[in-house]
Design a protein around this ligand. Structure first.
Ligand code: SF4
Length: 285
C-alpha cells in the first residue's frame, strides 16, 4: 500500500528524504536508493506500507537474540526493500527485489500476534525495518498502547538517522543490529553505506533497549582478527555485556567466496572474549 512518507521535505522541484543517512534528493517520478520511496508531485510516498512478504513464528534465538527472553517464540514479519546493497545478502530476494507481498493492516497484524500461542510479540526482520519505517512505527506504537506485555523487536542494519531512530526507540524492547565491519571502505564498497551512522545507532540503542550485535565474517573480505578485535573493543567501550554474534558466511547472491574457515571462527571467538562477556558463533553447524 502506498502512503505518504515521514521524514522528508520539499526542496525546489525535488524532495529530500532524511529517514536514513543516504539523505536522498529525489527527482519527480524517481525512487530513493532503497527503491521503496517515490517522489510524486512534490510528495514522498512509501510503497511497502503493510506489505508482508513473509511471516512465521520463530525461536527468538533465530533473530539472533540469545539473551532476550531465551527459549521463547516471536511472530516474525518482513516486507521488501533495503537501503544497503550487500553483494552477499542472505535475503536478497526480498531486500533487492520487489517480492510478492500481501497487505496486512496494523490492527490485523496485532490481532494475529495476540492469537498465536506462546508468542512474545512481533519481530520486524527479513528485510530492513528502517526503510519500512511508517508501518513498523504504527504497529509498534499500537502494540505498546493496546498490548504492552507483547515485545517489539527489530533486526536491522542500523542505517537510520537519529531523529527517526529516537522516535521509534520509545516502542522497541530489543534489537539485533548488524555491525558488518569496522572499516568504512567495506561498508562503501560491499554494502553501499557507511560505518559511522551504524556505530551511532548502536551507542544510542544500547542506552535504551536490549541490544545484540551480529557480524558476518566473510571469507577474504573481513575474516581478519584485527577487525574482530576493533569491533569487540568498540562494543566493550559501551558495555562489555553486549552480546556479539560472529556469524559464518556461506556463498550467496553475487558472492562466490568459500564459506568462512571454521578454525578462523574459533580464533575470532577467542579474540572477542578478551573484551566481551558474551560471544556467540552462528551458522556453524
Ligand atoms: S530511506 Fe530510502 S529514500 Fe530515504 S534517504 Fe534512505 S535510501 Fe534514500
Amino acid at each position: 500500500m502506498k502512503v505518504e512518507a515521514l521524514f522528508y521535505e520539499k526542496f525546489k522541484d525535488r524532495v529530500h528524504c532524511f529517514l536514513c543517512p543516504h539523505n536522498c534528493v529525489i527527482e519527480e517520478g524517481g525512487f530513493g536508493k532503497c527503491n521503496v520511496r517515490i517522489h510524486e508531485r512534490g510528495k514522498l510516498f512509501t510503497i511497502n506500507y503493510g506489505e508482508i512478504t513473509s511471516g512465521a513464528l520463530e525461536p527468538i534465538e533465530k533473530k539472533p537474540l540469545h539473551y532476550f527472553k531465551p527459549h521463547s517464540y516471536i511472530f516474525s514479519v518482513g516486507s521488501f526493500g533495503c537501503n544497503f546493497t550487500c553483494d552477499f545478502c542472505q535475503n536478497y530476494t526480498i531486500s533487492q527485489f520487489r517480492a510478492k507481498s500481501e497487505f496486512i493492516s496494523k490492527k490485523d497484524l496485532m490481532e494475529t500476534a495476540v492469537k498465536l500461542k506462546n508468542n512474545i510479540g512481533i519481530a520486524f526482520t527479513y528485510n530492513e525495518p528502517a526503510i519500512w519505517y511508517e508501518y513498523v512505527y504504527d504497529c509498534a506504537r499500537l502494540l505498546k498502547e493496546k498490548k504492552p506485555h507483547l515485545k517489539v523487536v527489530l533486526v536491522t542494519n542500523g542505517y537510520i538517522n537519529e531523529e527517526p531512530l529516537d522516535k521509534l526507540l520509545h516502542y522497541i524492547d530489543a534489537m539485533n543490529i548488524d555491525l558488518k565491519s569496522f572499516n568504512d571502505r567495506y561498508y562503501k564498497n560491499l554494502c553501499g553505506g557507511s560505518l559511522k551512522p551504524v556505530l551511532k545507532t548502536i551507542e544510542k540503542a544500547a542506552g535504551v533497549c536490549h541490544v545484540e550485535i551480529t557480524t558476518l565474517l566473510v571469507s577474504e573480505k573481513n575474516d581478519d582478527l584485527k577487525e574482530v578485535e576493533s569491533i569487540s573493543k568498540f562494543l566493550s567501550s559501551i558495555d562489555n555485556n553486549i552480546p556479539l554474534h560472529l556469524s559464518r558466511y556461506f556463498p550467496r547472491y553475487k558472492f562466490k567466496n568459500p564459506p568462512t574457515d571454521i578454525n578462523f571462527m574459533k580464533e575470532a571467538e577467542a579474540v572477542g572474549r578478551k573484551y566481551l562477556n558474551r560471544v556467540v558463533l552462528g551458522n556453524i553447524y
